[in-house]
Write a protein that binds this ligand. Sequence first.
Ligand SMILES: NC(=O)c1ccc[n+]([C@@H]2O[C@H](COP(=O)([O-])OP(=O)(O)OC[C@H]3O[C@@H](n4cnc5c(N)ncnc54)[C@H](OP(=O)(O)O)[C@@H]3O)[C@@H](O)[C@H]2O)c1
Length: 230
Amino acid sequence: MNVALVTGGSAGLGRALVTALADRGWTVITDARDGSRLPQSPNVIAITGDITDGVHRRALLEQVKLADRLDLLVHNASALGPRSGDTRYRALAETTPEDFQDVWRPNIGAPLVLTSLLLPWLVESRGILLSISSDAAVDHYEGFGLYGASKAALDHITLTFGAENPTISAYAVDPGDMRTEMHQEWFPGEDISDRPLPETVVPHLLALINARPANGRFRAADINLVQEVA
Ligand SMILES: NC(=O)c1ccc[n+]([C@@H]2O[C@H](COP(=O)([O-])OP(=O)(O)OC[C@H]3O[C@@H](n4cnc5c(N)ncnc54)[C@H](OP(=O)(O)O)[C@@H]3O)[C@@H](O)[C@H]2O)c1
């Protein structure tokens, strides 16, 4: 039995990945702040909570302890950043220390602490640490400086965990544009119906999990689908 923990499994890419893993027989622990939207499946252990909350992270740890293994940890839940009004994301020069906290805590603080908490199980299972990154980690978009910096930092800690723990595999993956709630938040009021659905990214993530190449940062679209899990 394979066991995964995927943060942010109620919508978008997280939900698509949780569903695909559960359909393949994995036991998947997942969470979201609004638990009513989490998927219902015998293979899914849904825990309501916020990854920035230490009590909630302990609840996730308890589920891993009960399963007594962890083959895959996916940092997927994420925050975009500070907005002024309904449409405009604030430039770096307009951001406050509170904005920094609001982005940094879910995007880098929680993944760092959660990985540290769960590392013994990941090491024991010779598991995979997978962080969902963004093109904003390497490109520079007006209004998304904090988000981009947090994703660059997420890439960095993910690959450093890999360097420090040679029995695990560590990957940061830029999924590319996807038609999700977060993408709509990035482009408020715009028609995003031409963006691919998050389900189209999942086969690339499964291929990565199956192929287990050397640690590194990938664009999902560049991961060869030949290796997809059966
Ligand atoms: N969509 C894109 O075009 C795009 C492009 C590049 C990178 N990405 C990255 O891809 C990943 C998935 O994005 P998405 O577009 O699928 O997002 P999404 O549709 O907005 O879904 C986000 C999921 O995370 C949960 N979540 C958010 N904050 C949370 C928190 N603090 N604690 C627990 N759960 C939380 C949400 O549920 P609740 O709100 O109920 O908590 C939801 O289940 C993110 O890391 C994002 O940065 C997305």
